[in-house]
Design a protein around this ligand. Structure first.
Ligand code: FES
Length: 97
């Protein structure tokens, strides 16, 4: 039996906190990051592709956060906890390409 541990794609979540003005961290991006990591792991355990979810530095769209970039895929703005499966659906589509 073998198990592929190489991620098929990576999702980057901006967790930057700016001292003034709006930023992803003060729009709950760290909660979104944790939810994405947990859900990605759960989906991989039942046969989905491995999707790595990593924190990121500022992406330059601070007023529209939380911002998420899927490598080779979509750029999401204003992501909320209830959007986690939508982001992972897209990440899995990229992984399957
Ligand atoms: S703080 Fe997230 S894009 Fe700048």
């Amino acid at each position: 039996m073998s198990f592929n541990t190489k991620p098929s794609t990576t999702v980057y979540v901006c967790t930057n906190l700016r001292m003034s003005g709006s930023s992803c961290a003060n729009r709950k991006s760290k909660e979104v990051l944790k939810a994405l990591q947990a859900r990605a792991d759960a989906r991989a355990l039942v046969g989905g592709p491995l999707v790595a979810v990593r924190p990121s530095v500022c992406m330059g769209y601070c007023g529209d956060g939380p911002n998420i970039k899927i490598m080779g895929g979509e750029f999401f703005h204003g992501v909320r906890l209830e959007d986690v499966d939508t982001v992972l659906d897209e990440a899995e589509n990229v992984a399957g390409d």
